[in-house]
Design a protein around this ligand. Structure first.
Ligand SMILES: Nc1nc2c(ncn2[C@@H]2O[C@H](COP(=O)(O)OP(=O)(O)OP(=O)(O)O)[C@@H](O)[C@H]2O)c(=O)[nH]1
Ligand SMILES: [Mg+2]
Length: 439
């Protein structure tokens, strides 16, 4: 059966050779080179690139000129020819000069053009983001991050960018964009920043409108592919994109969730994090991540079936710190426990409990009721008892208290109603402001 609307991309898939080096990475707590390279291969698949081979090296420090040693460069050159690779992807960040030297050493064609592209993990991630950004804000953010990444790589002696054809690391700004000189790029960056400020101002207005409604906000955070969107769908019924792909979600979605005690809350799903997320992207996505920074509660979703889950959690904590959300109240959610059997599942449940968290399966509806209960409890715990003196002519304030708070007692004197209610700190502040601070 043919599916309407789908058609094959005619460009042949690019063939990638992956290169990683062990640089005391285990000391960082990452699950070793193999795990990191497996993730890099998954990133390549997400970008639509075929992985044809990999090569690794153990080194104390990277080579200044070519990152890997001379012998390794020669081996890569041979592998590229043998495997007919057209792109070499390094797992670690390459300095612009290292990138140029590697391309030169691996091979130049008759016209002096490099025969292969050499890129790093950051560039691959930027490319995936460029492919997947749909909203105006997302597109602007990605283009800004790409140009900032490319600026130090645009030199008069390196016309590389104008020569490479469309493909990995080259979508987004478009080739013509990349042909412009540094000054034009700087102008474009300034323009993008300005437009982003405008777009995020509009977003802020929307958020402020939402803040007017004193619903508490909950944000899903976690490593990419942890199951945040699946959990979003499970908790709210929202029809969000779920994919076994990295960075399925880029643009934030907000949906309402109704809880027995805390009432209505807003749940937001946003971009996932990853090991070595390019700094430029984190910066560019800061305004999108505002939802996270201002949330009343974060749900840190972890794929409990992934062996690297401890390092995934560390990455998430680092990114949260970088965007200024480290101090937000956080509930740990160990997801995908359906994939664990017997003792492993028990261990995950215990681990979640130790952290005051919950073990769930968003796919199989395991532990979801308990998770709802915990969210309700944590949000409800934020309700405080407060008293307000509401003048009779301010009926709308009284109505607001009834609608959004839990009114415990009402007493009237000659001029006003004295209300005792359970309210969120946010609602208390808003009511006090509405009453002009006299209550
Ligand atoms: N077995 C199992 N698979 C799950 C579970 N939750 C999510 N998945 C699968 O994991 C993959 C990723 O799920 P998503 O919900 O898209 O993950 P995400 O965290 O939103 O990922 P990004 O948006 O890419 O950051 C999908 O193939 C889901 O079907 C679960 O509880 N159990
Ligand atoms: Mg998602």
């Amino acid at each position: 059966m043919s599916r309407g609307g789908t058609h094959e991309v005619t460009r042949p898939r690019e063939r990638a050779l992956l290169v990683g080096i062990e640089l005391g990475r285990t000391k960082e707590g990452y699950e070793g080179l193999e795990g990191s390279l497996a993730e890099l291969a998954q990133l390549c698949r997400t970008a639509g690139v075929t992985v044809v081979g990999q090569s690794s090296q153990r080194r104390a420090v990277p080579d200044v000129r070519t990152f890997v040693g001379k012998g390794k460069v020669e081996e890569i050159r041979q592998l590229v020819a043998e495997l007919e690779a057209d792109v070499v992807v390094f797992d670690d960040p390459l300095a612009p000069a290292q990138q140029r030297n590697l391309e030169k050493d691996i091979g130049l064609g008759p016209g002096g053009d490099p025969t292969v592209k050499v890129i790093d993990r950051s560039q691959l991630i930027l490319d995936i983001f460029a492919q997947r950004a749909h909203s105006l804000e997302g597109k602007l953010q990605v283009e800004l991050a790409q140009l900032e990444y490319l600026t130090p790589r645009l030199t008069r002696h390196w016309t590389h960018l104008s020569r490479i054809k469309a493909g990995v690391a080259m979508r987004g700004p478009g080739e013509t964009q990349l042909e412009v000189d540094r000054r034009r790029v700087r102008e474009r960056i300034a323009m993008l920043r300005k437009r982003l400020t405008e777009v995020s101002r509009t977003r802020r207005l929307h958020r402020d409108e939402r803040a007017e409604v004193p619903f508490p906000t909950v944000a899903l955070v976690g490593y990419t592919n942890a199951g945040k969107s699946t959990l979003m769908r499970r908790l709210t019924g929202a029809d969000v994109l779920i994919d076994d792909m990295l960075f399925a979600t880029l643009d934030p979605t907000v949906r309402r969730i109704d809880l027995p005690r805390a009432g209505t809350a807003l749940l937001s799903d946003t971009v996932g994090f990853i090991h070595k997320l390019p700094h430029q992207l984190v910066q560019a996505f800061k305004s999108t991540l505002e939802e996270v920074r201002t949330a009343d509660l974060l749900l840190h979703v972890v794929d409990a079936s992934n062996d690297a889950r401890a390092s995934h959690m560390a990455v998430v904590r680092d990114v949260l710190a970088e965007i200024g959300a480290a101090e937000r109240p956080t509930l740990l959610v160990l997801n995908k426990i359906d994939r664990l059997e017997g003792a492993a599942r028990e261990a995950a449940i215990l681990e979640a409990q130790r952290d005051d968290g919950v073990a769930v399966s968003a796919a199989d509806d395991l532990g979801i009721a308990a998770l709802r209960g915990r969210i309700d409890e944590l949000l409800d715990g934020r309700m405080t008892r407060a008293e307000f003196r509401v003048p009779f002519e301010r009926g709308e304030v009284l109505a607001r208290l009834h609608r959004h708070g839990s009114v415990l007692e009402c007493r009237q004197d000659d001029h006003a109603t004295h209300v005792t209610a359970l309210v969120t700190p946010k609602l208390a502040g808003q009511i006090r402001k509405a009453l002009g601070g006299v209550c």
